[in-house]
Write a protein that binds this ligand. Structure first.
Ligand code: GDP
Length: 424
């Protein structure tokens, strides 16, 4: 065993949470390396059903250490609420099991407010933000205008730093958006109510990880969202403000020397997309309603109905390449069992020409999907546990996708539960 990463190949919501939950027993440490509370991993296991937003999916395994790396947007309020919810469902969280990097930047009380103000200003041109403050947070991080988690151990300096930042930020809030200023009193209340609660979990996780690596521990890197939402390689500007791609894992985890031996790319057996932006393979009307209903495609964080479509070979192949996936987990195959014939978006048509490559974001709205159909399998596959249990048409669908995207499909998921999986 060695180091691994579990990453999304498409628009997010591919089912990464269930894959990390399944595979954590092969690892000693699980590290979240990017993003914040703006997405949700759904995990169903012996403890119950969970929608995790910030906590790494390794928290359910005894003996596994879960880490929030420096690349994460650490929202103390969200994290503390999530920790309490998880503990209430019988999962103990202690500082030897959950560690927060002292180099995580804090998502501050004004980031969420600025996210809402800007989306409101954009009106019908909005980016479709989840309004969790992620974009204002990462902008400020790169301007060096946030606070590091480790600063909580220096209360005097922290207070002075927050006061400086607040003075600067209130200029934007009041003079640009015409909103009410945030008071220092409310900021200090937030420090007491949330930051103080998570403080016992904050430590030098970089040193811990370097030591662990020296001792031959196996580390799993966990991402949020997918390649098409990557700030540098995704469908800009309809991306997140961080880098979900696997090659960011060494930086965002704090183990800069990490080698990734296995990169498991998670792909859904069809496509979904939350929020705005080009989604070339999108289905509409009754066909879409049916797929959304069978797949229960509503956002884990926002409850918003997800846009749906057939699997998109062009986008998925690009995602596989960006992620450097060494194997694929194909999820939700069971959802397709109602279809008489299964649509697949095999190419795009751009300016009258059929293309196989994923085009530059500005060209995407001009692309039309080329749809082909494969025979449906019309059988409930949710109890299949071996490859040979799958009907031939389902096997053919998986093999077709595998060939088209150019990566071995090692896992076929046929249900949300931990054991609803076929390993090839
Ligand atoms: P993530 O953010 O990539 O972890 O994905 P989400 O948790 O947002 O979405 C995946 C959803 O699909 C969750 O509700 C999972 O419980 C569910 N799920 C995952 N794999 C399967 C599967 O193979 N079949 C079915 N029916 N549901 C699945």
């Amino acid at each position: 065993m060695s180091n691994g990463a579990i990453v999304g190949i498409n628009w997010g919501d591919e089912g990464k949470g269930r894959m990390v939950d399944l595979l954590t027993n092969q690892y000693d440490i699980v590290v979240r390396y990017q993003g914040g509370g703006n997405a949700g991993h759904t995990v169903i296991n012996d403890f119950g059903k969970f929608a995790l937003h910030l906590l790494p999916s390794g928290i359910f395994r005894p003996g596994v250490v879960s880490i929030l790396g420096n690349g994460v947007a650490l929202d103390p309020e969200n994290l503390w609420n999530e920790m309490q919810g998880v503990e209430a469902q019988g999962v103990p969280l202690t500082p030897d099991k959950l560690m927060i990097s002292d180099r995580c930047s804090l998502l501050l009380p004004w980031h969420r407010e600025l996210d809402c103000l800007e989306e409101a200003r954009l009106a019908d041109k909005k980016y479709g933000s989840t309004r969790q403050g992620i974009a204002p947070f990462y902008s400020d991080k790169y301007q060096k205008k946030t606070v590091l988690a480790g600063e909580l151990f220096y209360p005097e300096q922290l207070k002075a730093h927050l006061a400086d930042l607040l003075e600067w930020k209130n200029l934007t809030i009041t003079k640009v958006y015409g909103a009410e200023p945030i008071t220092m009193e409310s900021v200090m209340e937030w420090v007491d109510n949330y930051c103080e609660k998570i403080k016992p979990f904050i430590c030098d996780t970089g040193r811990f990880l370097r030591e662990a690596e020296k001792n031959g521990k196996h580390i799993l890197f966990e991402a949020q969202l997918g390649a098409l939402r990557d700030l540098d390689f995704g469908i800009v500007p309809y991306t997140t403000s961080s880098n979900p791609i696997a090659s960011y894992a060494p930086v965002g985890s704090g183990l800069t020397t990490a080698k990734l031996d296995d990169v498991i790319g998670v792909v859904k057996a069809y496509s979904t997309c939350v929020g705005e932006g080009p989604f070339t393979c999108e289905m509409f009307g009754e066909e879409a309603e049916k797929l959304r209903e069978f797949g229960f495609e509503y956002g884990a964080k926002t409850g918003r109905p997800r846009r749906v479509g057939p699997i998109d070979i062009v986008a998925t192949r690009y995602g596989v390449e960006c992620q450097g996936a060494t194997a694929i987990a194909l999820t939700k195959l069971d959802v397709l069992s109602y279809m008489d014939k299964i649509p697949v978006c095999t190419q795009y048509e751009l300016n009258g020409e059929k293309i196989d490559y994923f085009p530059f974001p500005t060209a995407l709205p001009m692309c039309k999907p080329v749809i082909e159909y494969l025979p449906g399998f019309k059988t409930d596959v949710s109890s299949c546990r071996e490859w040979d249990d799958l009907p031939k048409a389902a096997q053919d669908y998986v093999l077709y996708i595998e060939e088209k995207i150019g990566c071995f499909i090692k896992y076929v998921s046929v249900g949300p539960e931990r054991d609803s999986i076929i390993i090839r």
